[in-house]
Design a protein around this ligand. Structure first.
Ligand code: FAD
Ligand code: NAP
Length: 357
């Protein structure tokens, strides 16, 4: 059985894996997979439309937290409605609470597979029984990328001073008064570097090009900061250190010159990969893994009745507010599609165009 509204089975994080069952627990009208701004916005709209949605919010891991990417940041300054800014985790708690207020049910599990070739669709959670779904919104977002250097992953996993989240790890005593390196040239790298200046002796931003990808305001803050030094046209070729990172070997991409830089911490901020592995073979994806939404300004996917919202289908904007916006769109499209197929009433005027498929 799914939990009642407001219930949160916290023990599902730690409970031993159950014997897999083939029993189909129930048929849901709308299943929302994910727990970032897109998923909770979809849930708010769907719950208020009496679709009785159930959200699979995922499980915590080193690279993902229920609540999504904003759980890894401090201040969110550009989400409308918060003129003084708001902490990322506080913002996501409010999204979640608003969805629960209208009766959204939550399961704190990853979805590990789906069957979209049959109808009703099948959603397979990590621990509990598979369920059937009349419609699905996929809003599983994206996760941090790594450089792929051998010592990088080992030291990241062992807590040896390599991290993809300055906000989570930067305040640890081991990083205090050290020279710290941040790899990347996007907004995440800027944010990580600025955050680390609170604790570090110096922050080196290592970027492979001669120009930042970051928004001008963030780039300017970095370039003006007295504690930050930027190494342009530079790549990290080796992470040095056994128990803890002691330095990085870097290469100048213009001259080919290689040198060692002593650093006491390495923060990787080189972008994200969409969380779509569980959809493999079931839904059309771009080569980069993002979900294809074939029609502009729609959230419909290659499978009628399955909708996609947020960073999992958006490799261009990737903002909380755009994720929330597409979450709203997906819920309205799902509501309308369900009504067209005999489940509930359509929210749109008769003059509006018919739903896809
Ligand atoms: P996400 O936020 O990525 O959340 C998806 C969540 O779904 C995952 O975290 C996971 O818990 C869950 N999930 C994943 N797979 C599964 C599965 N198989 N089953 C069940 N659940 C699953 N944007 C801004 O607008 N302003 C900012 O200030 C800002 N700061 C940022 C700072 C950092 C460090 C980062 C990394 C990003 C920042 N962004 C910011 C971008 C913003 O966080 C994203 O655009 C937004 O969170 C995307 O929302 P989403 O709902 O698509 O998914
Ligand atoms: P991003 O914009 O994709 O930037 C990734 C950076 O990493 C790029 O500079 C890229 O270099 C570099 N890179 C990628 N692969 C690399 C590799 N293998 N080796 C070395 N460098 C590599 O990702 P992001 O910074 O995580 O931002 C994602 C989205 O979230 C963006 O839309 C951003 O605006 C948003 N965001 C917003 C805020 C904010 O508004 N405060 C904060 C954080 C993130 P190239 O430039 O050469 O491609």
């Amino acid at each position: 059985m799914l939990p009642e509204p407001e219930a949160r089975p916290a023990d599902s994080f730690s409970s031993p894996r159950k014997q897999k069952s083939t029993k189909m627990a129930t048929t849901e009208t709308l299943v929302i997979i994910g727990s970032g701004p897109a998923a909770w916005t979809a849930a708010i709209y769907a719950a208020r439309a009496n679709l009785n949605p159930v959200v699979y919010e995922g499980e915590p891991s080193r690279t993902m937290l229920p609540g999504g990417q904003l759980m890894f940041t401090t201040e969110v300054e550009n989400y409308p409605g918060f003129p003084e800014g708001i902490r990322g985790d506080a913002l996501m708690e409010q999204f979640r609470a608003q969805a629960l207020r209208f009766g959204t049910r939550v399961v704190s599990e990853d979805v590990v597979g789906v069957e979209l070739g049959r109808y009703p669709f099948v959603v397979k959670p990590n621990y509990s029984d598979p369920i059937e779904a009349l419609s699905i919104i996929v809003a599983t977002g994206a996760r941090a990328n790594w450089l792929g250097l051998p010592n990088e992953e080992r030291l990241a996993q062992s807590g040896g001073g390599v991290s993809a989240c300055a906000v989570c790890d930067g305040a640890l005593p081991v990083f205090r008064d050290q020279v710290l390196a941040v790899v990347g040239g996007g907004d995440s790298a800027m944010e990580e570097a600025l955050y680390l200046t609170k604790f570090a002796k110096e922050v080196l931003v290592i970027h492979r090009r001669d120009q930042f990808r970051a928004s001008p305001i963030m780039a300017e803050r970095v370039l003006k900061h007295p504690k930050i030094r930027v190494l342009w046209n530079t790549i990290v070729t080796e992470v040095l250190g056994y128990d803890h990172v002691t330095g990085v070997r870097v290469e100048d991409t213009k001259t080919g010159e290689s040198r060692e830089l002593p650093v006491g911490g390495l923060f990787i901020a080189i972008g994200h990969t969409p969380n779509t592995a569980f959809l493999e073979g079931q839904l059309d994806l771009h080569p980069s893994g993002y979900i294809r939404t074939p029609e502009p300004w729609r959230t419909i996917t290659s499978v009628p009745g399955v909708f996609a919202a947020g960073d999992v289908m958006d490799s261009y904007y990737r903002q909380a507010v755009t994720a929330a916006g597409t979450g709203c769109m997906a819920a309205l499209e799902a509501e309308r599609w369900l009504a067209h197929h005999g489940h509930g009433e359509s929210p749109v005027l008769e003059t509006a165009e018919a739903p896809a498929s």
